[in-house]
Design a binder for this molecule. Structure first.
Ligand code: GLC
Length: 467
């Protein structure tokens, strides 16, 4: 069989028909309602966040935000001007790999060291060099912690499980805000962890603050290393939230962190081929976040790598004679290529696919023929297209569940952040194509999808403010 024919077989394995997609959307609506009723292990978590108001753009003040999302840790200081604008300074550090699966104390200590470094650099006005002490000013901080957490208060929440490659075992089941706060207290830093924020909640908040004029933001979502979304729900439609136990809550709405990465963990409706199954086996959370594993940045590169390994085994590419750089072992190494790999190949429009030639050479260390590159590109596109089409499922699901198209006039706004939505070629276009396949149909043109950069910084600051 030629490599082109073999690639077509693999492409077929990544196909998703409009019928399958619509079955996923129907199931998503069911899972949403089920998750609002029940605490489930395998189902969609639908976590009440205790955030009960959406910004109007008039909020003011300076707040800190600490953001642990996936590969990086960021600390920001955000000055909200009260007119939908803000100023932000931030420092960012990659999380050392060994800490991602080490001890919780070491990890929290490392986060706190970075926070101290940031404060000394950007807020030295509150530090006395003479006494080596911080003054009386207490910073309120929003902690964007983008992992599934069972939230029990605005700044309280126990870690349900790690995702995205983290595996700090002794943190599971503990209150991550308290862990961070006690590490901060040990260092005597003037910081109060006022709010625990999922990055999607931050995205919803920041998009609402910055775009308040342009109408209602329905969903805040992330398509990056992981994927997830948040939206605001009527409290009376959240039967599992015991409102009687919270007399302090008078508002009618609450933001829900859906954790849609865990949609259909039982794989009843979402597609699952050999490569998906192989990939799942080598994650720290097998059987969970199955939807995320078909969509988000952490997994798209790995899926492509697995497909290429198969073509190599079949003797269709990457033979010994094609090896240019023997020091590169990425093809044999799980998780060694991220989504920028399929993304660059997908977006390569040169006739000879020279962009693909160069990235395969650089990342995998092999030379390719044009025929092989065409096959690689066809597979990369199939993986990317399936991911983007599936990304439309929760968006359509929430729009239909909330009846937003009938309830609101004008546009329905979605704030989005993350490397995949920002950089993956044609991502929004492919999402829109799939949205038109759903019951939304032509009304797809009423949906605006806007990048909400800094969701986890500005949004966390806004949560610290309302806390
Ligand atoms: C993972 C996390 C979720 C987060 C998402 C995007 O799915 O479980 O909390 O929002 O990644 O970063």
């Amino acid at each position: 069989m030629s490599i082109a024919e073999r690639a077509q077989q693999i492409v077929k394995e990544f196909e998703l028909t409009p019928e399958q997609l619509n079955a996923c959307v129907d199931h998503f609506i069911w899972a949403t309602e089920h998750g609002l009723r029940h605490h489930t292990d395998l189902g969609m978590p639908m976590i009440p966040t205790y955030v009960t108001s959406i910004p109007t753009g008039k909020e003011k003040g300076t707040f800190l935000a600490a953001d642990l999302g996936g590969t990086n840790f960021r600390v920001c200081s955000v000055n909200l001007h009260g007119d939908s604008t803000y100023a932000l300074v931030h420092n960012k550090w990659p999380v050392p790999r060994e800490l991602m699966s080490g001890k919780c104390d070491d990890f929290m200590g490392w986060l706190t060291d970075r926070l101290e470094e940031f404060l000394k650099e950007h807020h030295s006005e509150h530090y006395s060099q003479e006494n080596c002490q911080w003054g009386d000013h207490l910073f309120k901080m929003g902690f964007t912690f983008s992992f599934p957490v069972d939230q029990t208060g605005m700044n309280r929440g126990t870690l349900i499980r790690w995702t995205k490659g983290f595996d700090i075992k002794d943190a599971v089941g503990k209150d991550v805000c308290q862990l961070f706060q006690s590490a901060i207290n040990k260092r005597k830093l003037p910081v109060f962890v006022a709010a625990l924020v999922n990055d999607t909640v931050g995205t919803l908040m920041s998009r609402s603050y910055t775009k308040a004029e342009e109408g209602r933001t329905l969903i805040g979502c992330i398509f990056g290393t992981g994927t997830n979304g948040a939206y605001s729900e009527k409290i009376k439609a959240i039967p599992k939230f015991n409102i009687v136990a919270h007399p302090e809550i008078t508002s009618k709405i609450m933001v829900i962190n859906t954790e849609w990465g865990s949609f259909d963990n039982r794989l009843k409706f979402i597609p699952s081929n050999r490569f998906d199954q192989e990939l799942n086996l080598h994650t720290p959370n097998p059987g969970y976040h199955m939807f995320e594993k078909r969509i988000s940045g952490m997994f798209l590169g790995e899926l492509l790598r697995l497909c290429l390994v198969e073509l190599q085994k079949d003797g269709l590419l990457f033979g010994a004679a094609d090896r240019i750089d023997k020091t590169i072992n990425a093809l044999e190494t799980p998780w060694s290529v991220d989504s920028s790999f399929p993304s660059k190949i997908h977006g390569d429009t040169t006739t000879e696919l020279l962009g693909t030639e160069s990235i395969v050479r650089q990342l995998l260390g092999y030379a390719t023929t044009l025929e092989q590159r065409k096959a690689i590109q066809a597979i990369a596109k199939a993986i990317g297209r399936r991911g983007a089409h599936l990304s439309a499922v929760p968006l359509a699901g929430l729009i239909l569940h909330t009846h937003a198209l009938e309830k609101f006039e004008g546009n329905i706004d979605i704030g989005a952040d993350g490397s995949v939505v920002e950089f993956y070629p044609h991502h929004e276009e492919m999402i829109r194509e799939a949205l038109r396949w759903t019951k939304i149909g032509d009304q797809e043109n009423r949906i605006t999808i806007g990048l909400a950069r800094d969701g986890s910084g500005v949004g966390a600051a806004l949560c610290a403010l309302v806390a």
